[in-house]
Design a protein around this ligand. Structure first.
Ligand SMILES: [Zn+2]
Length: 441
């Protein structure tokens, strides 16, 4: 596993080098043909020997042959010659095939086949309509002016930072971004759910929501640790639908603050880490993203808890991060959307999933065009692993079999994606109209 660990950073340079040198990498024909020739020679000699035996021995005179020392000598020499040639050939094949196999396995570690398909490719620097990126994370180091410039370049009207936090951090976030360009930034707050056992937990955080709303915060973001890893003092993992949290969801509804919630995770993170796991490479890089095992609730249970709060708080708008974490099963998330009108989803971090099922995904976009929001899980102008242009290409074009990433390796799974060429009416809703409704822009 060691080479996986640092794959994100240093190995990517190595990979780029590999990519540049890849003309030198393919297995040369000569290497394959030489050993084949050796075996062929052995087999040919064997065949010739058999033929000479047949010629020398007439079936009717077979007894006579065995009596003739000369014939017998010829047969024996031919047989020995063919046998030795065969053995030499075979060992040469095994030796060279072994070397070849080792080399192929070595290459396979970084296997990243370059598609030879010659199909249309569109590079979209700007989206067809203005975009609201409702799923961003940036830190206080990000220069607000730089963000605005990047947003202008990428056609983004406003960006929502989900990492607003609370206390001093939230104050700085609001001052530095929201107050700098009120129409271009929205900040969501976070809650420290690990304080759930403290007697003033609810009064403190409900008051916090009221004040945050007053100061211009636009909503609440709930991270995936709720329901998966946060424990209360009894040692039990706090379920998302813990009734102690009800006043929080209720208050958000009352204040008109949407709750963007990340519940559970991709299906593969709840599966055993074995050779059948479709995200094994990713789990190799981030072993802590595996929630497989008795210490974690099942994925279905976490999703059930999430759905339970949707049901209990119909006045609150919930945004399911990452297609509500059911991008692998769009028929399931469609049912959830049908059942809970206060639920919408964002597409952030799931273009890899959507784009590998273009027919189903396109149908989903058309059927739920009012319920899907644009988001990237990045921020505008992020140099390392940007996403916006790929998302535009995915949503707008009919391009086939292209990379869903700008890393040197596929970060999610070893596949490529297809565009869903959304019609303008759907595209505009996904790009910003749905977000405008929810964030009141
Ligand atoms: Zn996120």
């Amino acid at each position: 596993m060691s080479y996986f660990a640092n794959w994100d950073s240093e190995s990517s340079a190595e990979l780029s080098q590999d990519k540049a040198d890849r003309r030198a990498v393919p297995v040369k024909k000569a290497e394959c043909s030489r050993p084949t020739f050796s075996v062929g020679l052995g087999l040919e000699t064997l065949a010739i020997s058999c033929l000479s035996i047949a010629l020398l021995t007439d079936m009717r005179e077979i007894r006579g042959m065995w009596k003739s020392p000369r014939s017998l000598f010829v047969v024996l020499v031919a047989a020995m010659l063919s046998l030795s040639l065969f053995i030499i050939g075979k060992s040469q094949v095994e030796g060279e095939a072994g070397e070849l196999a080792t080399r192929i396995l070595e290459l396979y570690k970084f296997y990243q086949p370059a598609s030879m398909l010659q199909t249309e490719a569109h590079v979209l620097d700007k989206p067809k309509f203005e975009v609201a990126d409702v799923h961003c994370h940036w830190e206080l180091e990000a220069d607000p002016q730089g963000l605005v410039e990047a947003m202008d370049r990428l056609g983004i009207s406003y960006a929502v930072n989900l990492s607003g936090g609370w206390g001093k951090r939230l104050e700085s976030m609001l001052n530095r971004y929201k107050r700098f360009a009120p129409a271009r930034f929205e900040i969501l707050v976070n809650i420290d759910f690990s304080e759930i056992d403290q007697p003033d937990f609810i009064s403190k955080w409900v008051k916090f929501l009221e004040e945050a709303n007053e100061s211009g915060a636009a909503g609440l973001k709930v991270f995936k640790d709720l329901g998966l890893t946060i424990r209360d003092k009894s040692g039990k993992i706090v379920p998302i639908d813990d009734s102690r949290l009800d006043p929080i969801w209720e208050k958000c509804g009352e204040l008109g603050m949407p709750v963007l919630i990340h519940a559970a995770d991709p299906l593969a993170f709840f599966e055993p880490i074995d050779r059948f796991n479709e995200r094994i490479m990713q789990l190799g890089r981030h072993p802590d993203w595996s929630f497989y095992g008795p210490e974690f609730p099942s994925r279905e249970e976490v999703i059930r808890q999430r759905n339970h709060i949707l049901e209990k708080h119909p006045r609150t708008t919930f945004i399911g991060a990452h297609i509500g974490n059911s991008a692998e099963d769009l028929s399931h998330i469609a049912e959830v959307l049908d059942e809970y009108p206060n639920f919408v989803v964002d597409i952030s971090g799931r273009v890899a999933e959507l784009g590998r099922q273009p027919y189903t995904a396109r149908r989903f976009f058309l059927d739920y065009s009012d319920r899907i929001l644009f988001g990237t899980d990045r921020y505008p102008g992020r140099v390392n692993q940007p996403r916006h242009r790929i998302y535009y290409r995915f949503l707008e074009t009919q391009d086939e079999y292209f990379d869903y990433h700008e890393h040197d390796f596929p970060p999610t799974g070893e596949w490529k994606i297809y565009g869903v060429f959304l019609p303008d009416s759907v595209l505009e809703k996904v790009y910003h109209l749905n977000a405008d409704r929810i964030f009141r822009h």
